[in-house]
Design a protein around this ligand. Structure first.
Ligand SMILES: NC(=O)c1ccc[n+]([C@@H]2O[C@H](COP(=O)([O-])OP(=O)(O)OC[C@H]3O[C@@H](n4cnc5c(N)ncnc54)[C@H](O)[C@@H]3O)[C@@H](O)[C@H]2O)c1
Length: 360
């Protein structure tokens, strides 16, 4: 399957690794900065491979290579939607780094276009493929929790000035958002996917306490109400002193409670059910090794997308999943802006609508 990567920055390494693992044909890489392309290829000893085409303009690449079957988009977040729409216009299946877009309208456009053109669109919420998360999903699907009471996600990480100053797009409303949009959105995706009900209302508060050079938030908290009565709590921050502490999730049901922890939801902390299962013993001690905060999921996400393309089915993390996680983040932003709870579905809200808000 002919594959190209657009955006060769920090996360790009995970994409190339996943593409190689999944036997994709690396046809082209694209970045506005030629050095970024070469540095990336160097990491995989591919710098002398002249079969891999290099482009500084993704539109030129799409025009010259209509045979491309899959493109990954790993540019700054504010560019995802336009590049995604252009790829789809050229008939290419896509994997979009999170977040899918920076506003609801763009996310809906991507969903519509993928349906109209029969194009596979996946969003890189790769932690869904963590072993611990897959185990929770199975327990939810088989009804082991009974009636769910509530859930929670805490993404408590550390990002310092050096991280934010790596690139001018970081922490801006237009191109990135803050800790909820960039970091916590992974956990929010997991929370919503595992509660598996329609969210109807969001109460949110955000702050910017320790990174005055950012436009956006570095701490946020929210309560989400779901249509079946379940409530969930969200805490996201990059203000932990001085390391990534945890990304943890809690699901509390009448017949079972589970807590997943580790730095990227990769470890089972608590796993108790009224009715036992022969997999429980193994799951209780599950602690998946990860080499960094991004986890092991990109390769598994790629495998799912490739089979979705071959089998003409939706991928596990489709465009609607990307939209749903984005909706919660934007609803928290809107709630901070208005001082009121926000009813869902959310329409026409953009991270740029926060530009007039002074966070304290
Ligand atoms: N899934 C994850 O766990 C994960 C982790 C980190 C980052 N991300 C996401 O990946 C994206 C990139 O993050 P990063 O940390 O790699 O950023 P980065 O700044 O290191 O990389 C972005 C790259 O995109 C390039 N670029 C900008 N405009 C372009 C264009 N028009 N065409 C082609 N290339 C262009 C830049 O030159 C740069 O090399 C962000 O959306 C971020 O949220 C996801």
């Amino acid at each position: 399957m002919k594959y190209a990567l657009i955006g060769c920055g920090r996360i790009a390494e995970n994409h190339i690794k996943a593409a190689i693992e999944n036997n994709l044909e690396l046809t082209a890489v694209c970045d506005i900065d030629e050095e970024h392309m070469e540095e990336l290829l160097c990491k995989f000893h591919l710098e002398h491979d002249t079969d891999i085409l290099r482009y500084c303009d993704y539109k030129e690449m799409l025009f010259e290579h209509p045979e491309l079957e899959l493109c990954a988009i790993a540019t700054e977040s504010g560019l995802h939607a336009q590049i995604a729409l252009d790829c789809m216009e050229s008939g290419v299946n896509i994997m979009i780094e999170k977040p899918i877009a920076m506003n609801m309208e763009d996310a809906e456009k991507i969903i519509r276009k993928s349906e109209e053109h029969g194009i596979v669109v996946s969003v890189c919420h790769q932690n869904r493929f963590n072993e611990a998360i897959q185990a929770v999903r199975r327990a939810r699907e088989t009804g082991r929790f009974g009636k769910l009471s509530h859930g929670a996600v805490h993404v408590r990480w550390f990002r310092d000035e050096a991280y934010y100053k790596q690139a001018p797009w970081r922490g801006t409303w237009k191109l990135d958002g803050g800790c909820l949009m960039n970091q916590c959105i992974h956990g929010i995706d997991l929370l919503v996917w595992l509660i598996d009900a329609k969210p109807v209302r969001v109460y949110g508060v955000t702050r910017q306490r320790q990174h005055p050079y950012l436009e956006a938030e570095d701490a946020g908290m929210a309560i989400v109400e779901f249509e079946n009565g379940v409530i969930a709590e969200i805490e996201g921050t990059t203000n932990i002193y001085r390391d990534d502490l945890e990304e943890c999730l809690l699901f509390c049901g009448e017949k079972g409670t589970v807590k997943i922890s580790g730095t990227s939801a990769n470890r089972v902390d608590y796993w108790e059910f009224a009715e036992g299962d022969n997999t429980d013993r193994e799951i209780k001690t599950l602690d998946e090794r990860t080499i960094n905060i991004y986890g092991n999921g990109h390769g598994r996400l790629y495998a799912d997308v490739i089979s979705a393309i071959k089998e003409h089915r939706q991928p596990c993390v489709d465009a609607k999943a990307g939209r749903n996680a984005l909706e919660i983040v934007l609803a928290i932003y809107k709630s901070q802006k208005t001082g009121n709870p926000v009813e869902l579905p959310l329409k026409n809200f953009s991270s740029e609508d926060m530009e007039t808000v002074k966070l304290v």
